[in-house]
Each structure stands twice: as C-alpha cells, then as structure tokens.
Write a protein that binds this ligand. Structure first.
Ligand code: GZL
Length: 313
C-alpha cells in the first residue's frame, strides 16, 4: 500500500500536465537488450529524449510482456504525459492500453506493432515494414538461383515467437520463395533474436540436415550465432551455406563485408528523433499519421564494404 501511496504522492501532476520542471514526461517501455539492434535503438531513444528536453522514464522488459504491462501501469500511476513502447509480441495489450486511454495518456507504438483491431488504443505506429524486409530477402535469393532447377534447401531462424517482426518477415520471405517450388524451407525455428539461441538452433539444424544451401535469419544477431555453429561444423558461411539476414547493425555489416553473410535487408533502429517529434505533437493534440514507415535499404557484400566506415551503429 505504501508503495502505491508513494507512487501517488510522488506524482504531483494532473493527467496530461508537464513534470514539475515544466518538461514533458515520456514513459518508454523497451523490449529488452537482446540484440545489437535493440542496443542501438535504446541509445537513439535516450539521446533523442535528452536532445529534445523530454524527461524520459525508461524501462527494460527483458523480453517479457508482463514486465512491459507492469511498466505501462507504473507510467499511468505516475501520470506521465505520453507513453511509448515497442510491444515484444503482437497480442495481449488491449486491457492495459484501455487503462492508459481511461487515464487520458496518449500511447505511441514504436518499432513493433500490436494486432488489436481497436486502433483508438494508440495514436500512431512508427516502425519498419517487416513484410517488405522479408520480401527483399526472398527476392535477393530468387535472383541468385535464377535459371537453376536443383532443389534449394533453406533453414530459417525466426525472431521472437509472436512478435510482429518474426510473423511478418516469415510471411514476406515465404510469399516470394513460394513462387518457385525448388525453394524448400526444410527447418524453421525461433532463435529469439539472440546470438546464443541462433547458434544453438543452427547446431541442431546442421545435425539434422546434411544438405543446407541457405540460412534466412530474421536478424543479424541470430545469423552471427549461426556463423559460429557453421564454422564449428567445418563449413564456410557465405560459401557452403549462403546467409541472408535483416537489420544491418555493425557486426552484421562486418560479417557481410568479410563474405560470411551474403545479403542484409536494413531495419533502422534510429527511431529516437522521429519519436520525440511525435511525442511533442501528440501532447499538443496535433494530428499525426496513424502509420509512419521508416526508410531503409539493402546491402550486398560490396555495398557493406563501402558503407561500414560511415555507419552510425
Ligand atoms: C525490428 C526489431 C527486431 C530486430 C531485432 O524492428 O524489433 O528486434 O530486427 C531486435 O534485432 O531484437
């Protein structure tokens, strides 16, 4: 009870009021620290909040939905001006977002989406088009095997089960390779977006399948873990097994430049500045686009060599 009273006592603001020092207060619930992408995204959000003069209350959910829900409830109790979060999974948010709505605290989705049909629960969703990222990965692969007829055996390291990037990247990639029956996904399993799990699952794939031609990993980190497993099995990543990943964080781009990855579809983590602009607009009651897609590109091995010196993350 004291804790709750303490929370109530420390929040000297009316709903929608700015913090005591006149600053806007943003409650941000981050997925975790599972990948290089996430680290870069957190840095972008924290630096952008400081530059914008926004008081950031930051919570790391360690990839657990219950921790995000708890953090959002805490932000509501503290009467922050705006709540933003990257939902670790797509489902299960309606109850807590309705509590934010009742408390008249606007919510911004950043990075990942939710699957609720009630779009009044959030003001806008700022993030990548994950289906397009999967399409780009598939289109690169189709081009590599144009004119060939032998079967192409693919293994897939999926992102976190139930997350928008995992669901959509799988769909985007699958839609493209489905057009040619020589492409066969012989194994597909989650590596939870981490290097460690990516390595572990790739070890199992290598034990179960002798004839793997391609690995499609939903992020660089799982691809980098898989590279360790492939090398430990005496095979050459990028040569014996072609590797396609998504993100284009520094270590992924380095592996691409070194020839261990063959193609990367970029997913930019640098959402901080755009998020802070949206926080100010939403706080001021200005209308914002319901869906804001981040600009991204793709990289071949040659392009990675050229881009690496300038990369911010
Ligand atoms: C994508 C983001 C994903 C990255 C992973 O926007 O949610 O989560 O692709 C990260 O690296 O873990």
């Amino acid at each position: 009870m004291i804790a709750v009273a303490g929370l109530a006592a420390c929040s000297k603001k009316e709903p929608g009021g700015s913090s005591d020092d006149g600053k806007l207060t943003l409650g941000f619930s981050q997925v975790g620290a599972e990948s290089g992408w996430r680290t870069a995204n957190t840095k972008s959000v924290q630096e952008a909040a400081a530059a914008a003069g926004i008081d950031l209350k930051f919570s790391d959910a360690q990839q657990k939905q219950e921790n995000q829900i708890q953090a959002i409830r805490s932000f509501i109790a503290q009467k922050v001006d705006v709540i933003a979060f990257s939902p670790v999974v797509e489902s299960g948010w309606d109850a807590v977002l309705n509590e934010a709505k009742e408390a008249k605290i606007p919510v911004i989705l950043t990075d990942r989406a939710i699957d609720s049909p009630d779009t009044s629960l959030y003001q806008t969703f700022l993030g990548s088009d994950f289906i397009k990222e999967g399409n780009l990965a598939g289109e690169w692969l189709v081009k590599q095997y144009e004119g060939k007829t032998d079967p192409v055996n693919i293994v897939e390291l999926q992102g976190t089960t139930g997350s928008a990037p995992a669901n959509d990247r799988k769909k985007g990639f699958g839609d493209i390779i489905a057009k040619d029956s020589k492409f066969k996904v012989v194994a597909s399993q989650t590596g939870d977006f981490t290097r460690a799990k990516g390595k572990e699952v790739m070890e199992a794939f290598l034990k179960a399948h002798q004839d793997i031609d391609v690995l499609f990993a939903h992020n660089d980190d799982m691809g980098l873990g898989a590279i360790e497993a492939i090398e430990a099995a005496g095979k050459k990543p990028g040569i014996d097994i072609k590797i396609i990943t998504i993100d284009a964080v520094h270590d992924g781009m380095q592996a691409l430049a070194d020839g261990k990855i063959n193609f990367i579809a970029e997913c930019s983590p640098l959402l901080g500045p755009q998020l802070m602009e949206l926080v100010k607009k939403v706080k001021n009651g200005e209308s914002v686009e319901k869906r804001i897609v981040t600009n991204e590109t793709t990289f071949t091995q040659e392009q990675a060599k050229a881009a690496l010196p300038e990369r911010k993350y």
